[in-house]
Design a protein around this ligand. Structure first.
Ligand SMILES: [Fe+2]
Length: 405
């Protein structure tokens, strides 16, 4: 199982000799990139490509990509992590042609690509972004002139789908035009992107202002900006809307980039931003309408950031569905309301409001973890259909096209 590795070691006796050394500090130059490694008491120190990394020894054994430790065909770990000695450390190291070689006490040899280590180290991840985004307000989004996809090409051409997904990842909204104004076509255009997430509202929902469900959405009233299904522990990732018919006035759709507003808050009031990432809030949906009996409850902070790089990845903002606040003491409650007010001020800044009149044929995909939606009140018959998608499935599709997501 180590055969190819051992062959390379036999072909390079000098390296094999060096691998026996317990402490190594070998500055090397690889295409203008220098590398140096040092075994410290509790971790391996690696300097490479301008980054200083500190790599835990158990981690280094656990992430070995040899055939013995890792199945490259399934991308799954073979090694039983629980079998690694927690006091393990290499007995030899070597830098060779852009790779770090480690020999372990049982003579197993791990060969790491230095770029892979740099990319996957904590220090590397702290400097990088999980998902690049273009944050926007009404003016900057309009100036970006993001082109909608067209139904025919969207359904048949992968490069058009890829561009659509790229727009979606960057801006949190993306449009498809010339879609037949039917539920079936809306379902087809959605399936082209990914799997539909069935909820209590069904697989595809279609509603008018008939109050058929216990939700304000089923009325003619204006709806303030909000994210949907905040009462799920994992809110739906993507919201799809298609206005099939509207014979009346009003009813424009409001879109607000929640991350743009949240980043303004982080800039202007970092303590408030931090608080909103820490306080768990409950959202709830209680319905007793006709045959519908639902009681959903989701718990999570208004804003969530990745702990290692503080990158924002979800906003839960729904003043309609936010439930009783009863998990924090009264003095923190006051601070939370102050922070919530500051964020709300940004979210309600007219400069951040993108108003669009959805018309039959235009389907909009909204990142429900980032972009809020609302609507103005309307008159007449307005028929809207749509559905939800899970975020994981859409991101997986995007990664399949080589997009960073
Ligand atoms: Fe909604």
């Amino acid at each position: 199982m180590y055969s190819s590795f051992n062959r390379s070691l036999r072909a390079a006796p000098k390296h094999a000799q060096l691998l026996k050394r317990v402490k190594t500090h070998v500055p090397r130059a690889y295409k203008n990139q220098s590398a140096a490694v040092n075994l410290l008491d509790h971790c391996l120190e690696l300097h490479y490509n301008g980054t200083s990394m500190h790599l835990n020894y158990v981690w280094l054994r656990d992430h070995c990509r040899s055939d013995f430790s890792f199945n490259a065909k399934t991308n799954q770990r073979n090694l039983d992590s629980a079998s690694i000695d927690l006091g393990i450390r290499p007995v030899g190291t070597e830098l060779e042609d852009g790779h770090l070689l480690l020999r372990w006490p049982d003579d197993h040899v791990t060969r790491y690509n230095l770029s892979w280590l740099s990319e996957n180290s904590y220090e590397g991840k702290r400097k990088s972004t999980v998902q690049p985004r273009m944050l926007w307000n009404s003016e900057t989004y309009s100036k970006a002139n993001v082109l909608p996809a067209k139904w025919d090409k969207f359904m048949s051409c992968d490069s058009v789908l890829k561009q659509f997904l790229q727009n979606y990842l960057l801006y949190g909204i993306a449009f498809v035009q010339d879609v037949p104004a039917t539920v079936e076509a809306t379902e087809a255009v959605t399936n082209r992107v990914s799997l539909i997430r069935e909820t209590t509202y069904g697989r595809m929902w279609c509603f008018t202002s008939d109050f058929s469900r216990g939700d304000t959405a089923y009325s003619q009233l204006a709806l303030d900006r909000h994210t949907d299904t905040s009462y799920f522990h994992e809110p739906c990732g993507i919201q799809v809307f298609h206005c099939l018919k509207h014979e009346g006035t009003g009813g424009r759709t409001l879109l607000v980039d929640g991350f743009y507003a949240a980043e303004k808050l982080r800039e202007q009031s970092p303590d408030s931003f931090e608080l909103l990432t820490q306080i768990p809030i409950k959202h709830e949906y209680v319905e007793n309408t006709g045959d519908h009996r639902n009681h959903m409850r989701g718990i999570g902070p208004l804003l969530e950031v990745y702990p290692w790089n503080k990158e924002l990845y979800i906003i839960r903002y729904n003043n309609y569905d936010r439930s009783v606040i009863n998990t924090i003491p009264h003095n923190v409650v006051q601070s939370w309301y102050v922070a919530h007010r500051e964020l709300t001020r940004e979210l309600r800044n007219p400069e951040n409001e993108l108003w669009v009149k959805l018309s039959p044929g235009t389907v909009v995909f909204i990142d429900n973890w980032r972009v809020m939606h609302g609507r103005e009140s309307f008159t007449g018959l307005r028929q809207l259909c749509g559905c939800y998608l899970t975020r994981d499935d859409v991101l997986s599709k995007a990664r399949g096209f080589g997009l960073q997501a």
